[in-house]
Design a protein around this ligand. Structure first.
Ligand SMILES: [Mg+2]
Ligand SMILES: [Zn+2]
Length: 185
């Protein structure tokens, strides 16, 4: 099931929204005790790791601009997620998050930025930092803004509803499609 051949430097990326895809969206989640994994989310990350995808989190975190918590809290929350994944041999390659919001209370962060979804700035940054096969990449998110960011970056957006959909099933389907396309070309 491993995807890239040895000669391929580029690998596809699975861009994942965080809240509502990996963890239950309780609103401005940033403390370890608020982490409630969505069923199958860790398994889905592991499947993507094994298939050779970059797993990149693309997350709006306007709680920072709003002054609800600081950036350090978000980073340590992500480290905590990473630790829990490591227990299963899974990992996220990088976390990208936007700390801004036009109506934030922290002046320096109360801006209209290029990173807050629906803008594609975080995806563009990830593409500069990783050797991504963009044409084979996709984004999974639970909101229209996620789909708009994917569209602005010209990759497929997959709308995920944690109450109905299984993330591991969805990811298995993507991996199978990708393997099949590669065999045909
Ligand atoms: Mg979300
Ligand atoms: Zn931003």
């Amino acid at each position: 099931m491993s995807i890239p051949g040895k000669t391929d430097a580029r690998r596809p990326a699975a861009f994942l929204d965080r809240d509502g895809v990996l963890n239950v969206d309780h609103g401005y989640v940033h403390r370890p005790e608020q982490l409630e994994w969505i069923d199958g989310a860790r398994e889905a990350v592991s499947l993507l790791n094994l298939a050779g995808y970059f797993v990149l989190i693309i997350s709006n975190q306007s709680g920072i601009a709003r002054g609800y918590h600081d950036e350090a809290a978000v980073k340590s929350f992500h480290a905590y997620m990473q630790n829990e994944l490591a227990a299963l041999g899974a990992h996220i390659d990088a976390f990208y998050f936007c700390p801004h919001h036009p109506e934030g209370s922290i002046k320096s962060l109360a801006v209209s930025c290029r990173c807050r979804k629906p803008a594609p700035g975080m995806l563009e940054q990830a593409a500069r930092e990783w050797p991504i096969d963009i044409g084979a990449s996709f984004l999974i998110g639970d909101k229209d803004d996620d789909m708009a960011a994917a569209a602005a970056f010209n990759i497929r957006g997959i709308k995920f509803n944690s109450l109905k959909d299984s993330l591991p099933d969805l990811v298995r389907r993507e991996i199978a499609n990708y393997s099949q396309n590669r065999r045909q070309t």
